[in-house]
Design a binder for this molecule. Structure first.
Ligand code: GLN
Ligand code: ZN
Length: 753
């Protein structure tokens, strides 16, 4: 009877690590205090898994910031700019790499596959020196986990000054000696198992990259002898070619597969067979979601696998590390018991894994399985989940197309007649600075400490302040500033049916930052208008156009825990229909410009290229559904928070928005190169002219320079001038001068045209 957990959340059930880290960074507590919190968390996690009966407990999955950064530290691959001179890597070097310090910027951070977790990208080059430089406390009788050497290199980037074409995999022979040292040390400490996470194996790899896996694990063979070696993959099914390479590695004795996102892997194991005598770690419990497992279904899957790999060679596991789900359902006091019975967070998933392993071994906990199947049944039949009308409306959307009747240039003409904007119109992305006072007002209203009347008047005052500022700055298309929203998804989720919210369902996003995704449990509908009241109020304060401000369906979907009992696109279409109603109500309320943010559209892109087209098709379709019914004279904007959209430019054009504002300020060249290469873009476009993530105030000249660069590539009449994202994290003393310079730059260039 064997059970295994790929990895466990590090933050703690009440985000203990977050608070310890932030207090340490603020100089309010010592390194010892931080270490104590970490030690306690680690110990309690191990104890929890041991108490649940888990046989293979992962260790070394704890991290003060990020597991890839830990590998960088282990390998001594500290970029030169941190002036590390060898020896142990202490907190100061470690956190400087993660967060930068007064003189040196941080290393780059990027998304971990298709999750919302961000890792620190290693910067390597021909001169990087590797040496074993860091070790962490390991538990007895655990399975130490390391980021595998090939994935480590494939996730790296060439350091500054190193040729972009530098073959990172050529460093394999330099890092393997360090891995050997680590392995030797683990062996000496009594380890009998070791787990290498090689998630890049689920990507589209070429033969050269695949060969690197064979080379690496062949080279490590003697170092690994005597150990059981698990290669863990996750986040998608494993391509047949990679499966072949992987299962022929001599030094490897066990394979971990994600059988949730990798539904095809199951067929592959059945058809291609499984090497005899090796272990299969079957990831049947979903590490990316919060739903209770359908234990009966999992048991059937496991039994079919057992028939292939043999009774003593099957290990029940999670689909991936549980760090991508919430920590413990026990701390949810807001959720009602019916919804709670449908859920399992990390702590509950550990119990599920063990229960499945016991059932396989003939010790099925009948009461536990019965309760689970009752909960599954209640979820299937609950009237809170199903809304016939919504189901029908969403089903009717499939297979048909939805787009506005006229083309974008005709629409832009019609809009211009009404809006009468100058060339290079100026605007902002939506939010204005969120002050302490504003947060207090929202909090007190939520806690019913102030009346609705008081709340409305406070928000109204804030909107009027923001409107006045924008008029004084002479911005052309205004926003209301979003003072009533704490979060662009939660705000809408709270007003839509089919959503639930947790009190402590935090998931690590990066470092000490966590997000608390809403749970979409049922069919989505919009009982009442959500933003019309505020938008109309804001419009009534000015004669300039006021943008209605909505979050798009794809972003709401991608930033939530999504139901697993229907395809994602089905849920997305339902949200699209709800947003469509809102768009139409805004239009009817006299709002002429409506922005529908799709900040997370690219984030949902599947890991494998073969699946991109399908996703982009329904995602873009969902966006168009929201606004296909508006008049030509209503201007639809969208906003996106990333600049690497070169590969999806045609899908973005296919969204058919009238105007798109996008992040750009950190990479002018990349974005503009698409247009230089001749992509035809007829809609309005506002590549951000300055970086709102930094407190730095850009000068008029600098902004003008940027705009001129864009004008060299884009038509004058389609270019907009705006910052690259919302201003909510900035302060007024940064926002006012920055926007003043932005407007001056636009005016200056207008006179030069
Ligand atoms: N309208 C949102 C804002 O300005 C957009 C935020 C985002 O793109 N992440 O805050
Ligand atoms: Zn943005």
């Amino acid at each position: 009877m064997a059970s295994h957990i790929v990895g466990y959340p590090r933050m703690g059930p009440k985000r203990e690590l977050k608070f310890a880290l932030e207090s340490f960074w603020d100089g309010k507590s010592s390194a010892e205090d931080l270490e104590k919190v970490a030690t306690d968390l680690r110990a309690s996690i191990w104890k929890q898994m041991a108490d649940a009966g888990i046989k293979y407990i992962p260790s070394n999955t704890f991290s003060y910031y990020d597991q890839v950064l830990d590998s960088t530290a282990m390998l001594g691959a500290v970029p030169e700019r941190y002036s590390w001179t060898g020896g142990e890597i202490g907190f100061s070097t470690y956190f400087s790499m993660a967060r930068g310090n007064a003189t040196v910027p941080a290393m780059e951070m990027t998304k971990w596959f298709d999750t919302n977790y961000h890792f620190i990208v290693p910067e390597l080059g021909p001169n990087t020196k590797f040496s074993y430089s860091s070790h962490k406390a390991l538990g007895v009788d655990t399975v130490p986990v390391l980021v595998g050497p090939v994935s480590y290199l494939l996730l790296s980037k060439p350091a500054k000054g190193v040729e972009k074409s530098f073959a990172l995999l050529s460093l394999l022979s330099s890092i393997l000696p360090v891995y050997k040292e680590v392995i030797a040390e683990l062996k000496a400490a009594g380890a009998t198992w070791i787990q290498f996470d090689e998630p890049t194996l689920v990507l589209d790899l070429d033969s050269h990259q695949l060969a690197a896996f064979s080379a690496a694990y062949t080279e490590l063979e003697s170092a690994l002898s005597g150990l059981n070696v698990l290669i863990e993959t996750y986040f998608a099914d494993i391509p047949a070619e990679s499966y072949k390479t992987l299962t022929s590695l001599n030094s490897v004795t066990a394979y971990g597969f994600d059988l949730i996102r990798g539904a095809k892997t199951l067929d592959l194991i059945k058809s291609a067979g499984f090497p005899s005598g090796k272990y299969l770690f079957a990831g049947v419990v979903d590490g990316r979601n919060i739903w209770a497992d359908d234990l009966a279904a999992s048991l059937t899957t496991l039994e079919s696998l057992e028939a292939i790999v043999g009774k003593d060679k099957l290990v029940v596991s999670t689909s991936c590390s549980l760090m991508h789900t919430a920590v413990d359902l026990v701390n949810e006091t807001k959720l009602d018991s019916e919804i709670k019975s449908w859920l399992a967070f990390a702590a509950q998933k550990v119990v599920e894994v063990n229960a499945l392993a016991k059932a396989l071994a003939g010790q099925k906990d009948e009461a536990y399985f019965a309760a689970n199947s009752a909960a599954q049944a209640s979820r299937r039949t609950s009237p809170r989940v199903t809304n016939e009308e919504v189901q029908k409306a969403a089903a009717a959307l499939r297979g048909s197309d939805h787009r506005r009747a006229t083309n974008v240039s005709t629409r832009l003409d019609a809009q211009q007649k009404k809006l009468n904007l100058p060339v290079l119109p100026t605007t902002t992305i939506g939010s204005f600075p969120q002050t302490v006072e504003l947060r207090r007002v929202r909090r007190e209203y939520k806690a019913k400490k102030i009346s609705e009347e008081e709340y409305i008047s406070a928000i109204k005052e804030e909107i009027s302040k923001v409107v006045k500022i924008q008029e004084e700055l002479d911005i052309d298309v205004l926003v209301h500033g979003e003072p009533e929203r704490n979060d662009m998804v939660e705000y809408f989720g709270e007003q839509l049916s089919g959503f639930a919210f947790t009190a402590n369902g935090w998931v690590q996003s990066y470092g000490s930052r966590c997000v608390k995704p809403p749970i979409i449990y049922g069919d989505v509908s919009r009982p009442n208008p959500m933003t019309v009241f505020w938008s109309k109020m804001a419009q009534s304060m000015t004669s300039r156009p006021m943008k209605g401000m909505l979050t798009g369906p794809v972003t709401i979907l991608n930033w939530s825990f999504v139901r697993n009992d229907q395809p994602r696109f089905e849920t997305c279409y339902q949200i699209a229909l709800a947003i469509k109603k809102e768009v139409e109500d805004l239009e009817a309320g006299g709002i002429q410009v409506i922005q529908i943010d799709e900040a997370a559209l690219r984030e949902g892109l599947p890991l494998r290229k073969a699946e991109h087209a399908f996703y982009l098709d329904w995602a873009v379709h969902s966006f168009r559904i929201t606004n296909c019914g508006v008049q030509d004279t209503t201007q639809i904007h969208t906003h996106m928070c990333y600049s690497n959209f070169n590969d999806i430019i045609h899908s973005i054009i296919n969204m058919d928005a009238d105007v798109i504002t996008i992040e750009n300020s950190r990479s002018d060249e990349k974005l503009l190169s698409v247009f230089r290469e001749g992509v035809k873009y007829g809609a309005g476009i506002g590549p951000g002219v300055y970086d709102i993530h930094s407190p730095r105030i850009p000068s008029t000249e600098e902004i003008a320079d940027r705009v001129n660069k864009m004008l060299a590539v884009l038509d004058t009449n389609i270019l907009w001038v705006n910052p690259d994202c919302g201003l909510k994290t900035r302060k007024y003393n940064e926002v006012k001068p920055a926007l003043t310079n932005m407007v001056s730059a636009a005016k200056l260039i207008r006179t030069q045209l």
